[in-house]
Ligand binder design. Structure first.
Ligand SMILES: C[S@@+](CC[C@H](N)C(=O)[O-])C[C@H]1O[C@@H](n2cnc3c(N)ncnc32)[C@H](O)[C@@H]1O
Ligand code: SF4
Length: 401
């Protein structure tokens, strides 16, 4: 993350950025920075109760009040008539360590400050062991209509290496319960390439996920993040490092199985059973729409202005308690930065990238990519092939270099 420039203490935005609001949908991301335990591979901005202790302002209930305060600031800054919100995504951390009614207070605050579009997508992330049937029913009553469970794997020793605490069957039961509670839009997250995971382990996880018939599946290559327990174990030689060829093989295995089961990749790591069950909130990130990220460490983007909040829950809450913006810093993107960003993000989508965004030099490089069967051009859209998706980061680098 760049250092950025100081963010205004009153959260104000340049008029130019605000004037772009009516042009594209507005999403609200709400970051819940709490987990019961810390998984050894994860470097997300999240804290266990023991890590937070009894620091003032960092309690779980105090957090909801602080987040609602930030929503009030957002409505004022994007007002006087802020646009209705198209998508809400409550992510983490583990949002469902909080009682459903607390999460409902967040949705109610968005509704009262902004109004929700009639077809708004309202998602929460959840760990399968952190919610039961009654909790899922309550989330539906409170306005959530999409839920994303972190399944990761169905193989006991892979879950153990990842420090996941749920039993292999729990995510499948959670999907069944969510369906019975009235969720018609359910997603499962999987991770492939965990040290010690064989190809047949991965197939077993894929089959288990498909047996639950969710509407949407995300499959991520394991990233070994510096500073995590997993990285230390690999460095000490206790676990083998991840292997690029293994990751590529597993990506193709996943894409084959998902495609055979009727899912289509609409983004490099995301598959959906139909266009209607693509994650609209995440599409907003990939299409450079506007979103306000509420909560510690959350990132926002409105009309070419990007900012990010203080990371620690206590620092975040104490800024808000003083009536000040919780933003740590911001960046005003130039037209060229915005164009490059669109290329980076839109090329990851199955709908592709309009070639009209490319310079003459970049268009010249397309011939090479097409000849290597990494991309095709159809009706003015540049679309990655399956091999192109596999090498997406490299392809994008080659195009922009
Ligand atoms: C930040 S988590 C939040 C949801 C929930 N706490 C969970 O873990 O299931 C969202 C997803 O990010 C993915 N993820 C987290 N750390 C990752 C890593 N180091 N490499 C790949 N995927 C990761 C996992 O699939 C996870 O489900
Ligand atoms: S439960 Fe999710 S957010 Fe929490 S530590 Fe594990 S991977 Fe990270």
């Amino acid at each position: 993350m760049p250092e950025g420039q100081p963010a205004p203490r009153d959260s104000s935005l340049p008029e130019q950025a605000r004037s772009e609001l009516p042009q594209r949908p507005l999403g609200i991301y709400i970051h819940v920075p709490f987990c019961t335990t810390r998984c050894g591979y994860c470097d997300f901005n999240t804290y266990t109760a023991a890590e937070l202790g009894s620091e003032p302002g960092a309690s779980r209930t105090g957090y909801i009040d602080a987040a609602i305060q930030e929503l009030g600031i957002a409505a004022r800054v994007l007002g006087p008539d802020p646009p209705p919100v198209s998508t809400i995504f409550v992510g983490g951390g583990t949002p469902t360590v909080l009682p459903p009614d607390d999460l409902g207070r967040l949705v109610a605050a968005v509704r009262s400050h902004f109004g929700l579009a009639p077809d708004a997508e309202v998602t929460t992330e959840s760990n399968p062991e952190s919610i039961d049937f009654a909790g899922l029913q309550r989330l539906r009553e409170l306005g959530f209509n999409r839920i994303s469970f972190g399944m990761q794997s169905a193989v006991p020793q892979v879950l153990a290496t990842l420090d996941r605490t749920h039993t292999p069957g729990r995510p499948i039961q959670a999907v069944t319960d969510a369906k019975a509670a009235g969720f018609a839009n359910i997603s499962l997250d999987l991770i492939y390439g965990t040290p010690g995971e064989s190809a047949s382990d991965w197939l077993e996880s894929l089959e288990a996920a498909l047996s639950a018939a969710p509407q949407h599946i995300s499959a991520y290559a394991l990233i070994v993040e510096d500073g995590t327990r997993l990285a230390a174990r690999i460095r000490r030689g206790e676990l083998p490092p991840t292997d690029e060829d293994d990751l590529a093989d597993k990506y193709l295995i996943a894409d084959d199985r998902f495609t055979a089961a009727g899912y289509r990749a609409y983004e490099v790591s995301n598959w959906s059973r139909s266009a209607a069950t693509r994650c609209r909130h995440n599409l907003g990130y990939w299409r450079s729409h506007h979103w306000w990220g509420v909560g510690p460490g959350a990132h926002s983007h409105v009309g070419g202005v990007r900012w990010w909040n203080l990371k620690h829950p206590q620092a975040y809450a104490s800024r808000l308690a003083s009536g000040l913006s919780p933003a740590q810093a911001r960046e005003l993107l130039s037209a060229e930065q915005r164009r490059t960003e669109r290329i980076l993000l839109e090329l990851r989508l199955a709908d592709g990238l309009s070639t009209s965004l490319l310079t003459t030099t970049e268009k010249g490089r397309l011939v090479h990519l097409v000849a290597q069967r990494l991309a095709v051009v159809e009706d003015g859209m540049l679309i990655l092939t399956r091999n192109g998706r596999l090498l997406a980061d490299g392809v994008i680098r080659d195009l922009l270099d």
